[in-house]
Ligand binder design. Structure first.
Ligand SMILES: [Zn+2]
Length: 119
């Protein structure tokens, strides 16, 4: 059994989440800037469209990550942060430090991943 998070650990994780969130916002902003400038040259247009699709995909991933981080910060305020959303156990601090936005303990996550894996 792992201990509940103490205030120092909680503050460290909150700082991690906020830093990651800020990083993602900068990335999203850069992606968005890449999307803007139109060009008249056909070859360049084609290339830009490919780049645009890639950027759009990246932006979607970033948006999902930011939503997860926001969710984690909200749970921090509510006091339910660090609990596994599946089995309710306390997620170890070491795991949260690597992936502070996670909502599941390793056991539940690997069980879930095994279920998703093709047979
Ligand atoms: Zn669990």
């Amino acid at each position: 059994m792992s201990e509940k998070l103490n205030t120092t650990q909680m503050n460290e994780l909150r700082a991690l989440l906020l830093a990651r969130r800020a990083e993602l916002l900068v990335q999203m902003e850069q992606n968005r800037e890449n999307l803007i400038p139109p060009t008249q040259d056909e070859g360049a247009v084609l290339q830009r469209n490919v780049a645009r699709e890639v950027d759009q995909a990246l932006t979607d991933i970033d948006a999902t990550d930011i939503a997860r981080i926001d969710n984690a910060l909200k749970r921090m305020d509510e006091g339910s942060y660090g609990e596994c959303g599946e089995c309710g156990c306390t997620i170890p601090f070491e795991r949260l430090k690597i992936e502070p936005q996670t909502q599941h303990c390793v056991a539940c996550k690997s069980r879930w991943e095994n279920q998703q894996a093709p047979r």
